[in-house]
Design a binder for this molecule. Structure first.
Ligand SMILES: C[S@@+](CC[C@H](N)C(=O)[O-])C[C@H]1O[C@@H](n2cnc3c(N)ncnc32)[C@H](O)[C@@H]1O
Length: 245
């Protein structure tokens, strides 16, 4: 049976690691074979071999993080929400639907919206059709909607969603001001009493923005071991009395 496919993050970076790693390792082996390995040539050969192996290792771990680590990340992020089943959920930068679909699996009468600009360079096969196909394969297509839109200016009224999620998307916005704006947008569209969970490289900074925006229970979680995206999860709650300005 066909399995859902959530793609590989930053494919150009992965490809660069594999190509550079292969070329460096091959150069090291060539130096080894073409010399009798006296003194400095031995150091060069070993240096090239180790660098090549290191680069290939980064490429392999990156692919592993995309294909295996992110599924564990999804369980962790989605598991932080106290689901009732009737929530309205937003996944910002949903890509091929990783968190969107993970959340939709907890919904009974609720619904989940995925917003993205579907940039090709950020994820292999990145397209709304791929997210929809994954939603069908995971049996949640009836609870999922996709909408093209930019994280820094969400086309939803204030206080629309009970839950706002995002993974590895907001760091793609250029400049801290744009990323801070995206966090403020996430707060704006969240209903009072709603919960937010974001996994990203900038989680520490986002936690400060969330606190400044009046969110409560702002918590920066521990990094995930052996996951090469070096991000953290930040969770927060919008107090019932916090109104949008
Ligand atoms: C690395 S992918 C992660 C996708 C998905 N969240 C996941 O974890 O599998 C980053 C996603 O952010 C999206 N993205 C980049 N800039 C964006 C922006 N300004 N607004 C909305 N989405 C954006 C990309 O199109 C891509 O789908």
């Amino acid at each position: 049976m066909k399995q859902p496919d959530y793609g590989i993050d930053a494919p150009r970076f992965d490809l660069t690691m594999f190509l550079l790693g292969a070329v460096t390792l091959a150069s090291g082996l060539a130096v080894t074979l073409s010399s009798g390995l006296p003194g400095s040539e031995l150091v060069t050969a070993v240096g090239l071999d180790l660098t090549g192996i290191g680069l290939l290792f980064v490429g392999v771990v990156y692919v592993y993080s995309s294909k295996v680590g992110k599924l564990r990340l999804r369980e962790k992020v989605v598991g932080m929400i106290p689901w009732k089943g009737d929530e309205k959920v937003l996944d910002i930068g949903c890509g091929r639907g990783l968190l969107l679909i993970g959340a939709a699996r907890h919904l009974v009468t609720g619904s989940a919206v995925g917003v993205d600009i579907w940039k090709w360079g950020d994820l292999t096969g990145n397209a709304p059709g791929a997210a929809l196909e994954n939603a069908k394969l995971e049996g949640v297509a009836d609870r999922v909607t996709l909408k093209e839109g930019d994280a820094s200016s969400l086309a939803f009224p204030d206080s629309t969603f009970d839950v706002v999620l995002s993974s590895l998307a907001i760091h793609n916005l250029k400049g801290e001001e744009a990323r801070d704006r995206a966090i403020r947008e996430a707060v704006r569209v969240l209903k009072p009493g709603g919960t937010l969970a974001i996994y990203d490289w900038g989680a520490r900074r986002y936690s400060k923005v969330l606190t400044r925006e009046g969110m409560t229970n702002v918590r920066l979680h521990e990094p995930i071991p052996l996951f090469l995206f070096f991000g953290r999860i930040v969770t927060a709650r919008k107090p019932s009395s916090l109104s949008n300005v």
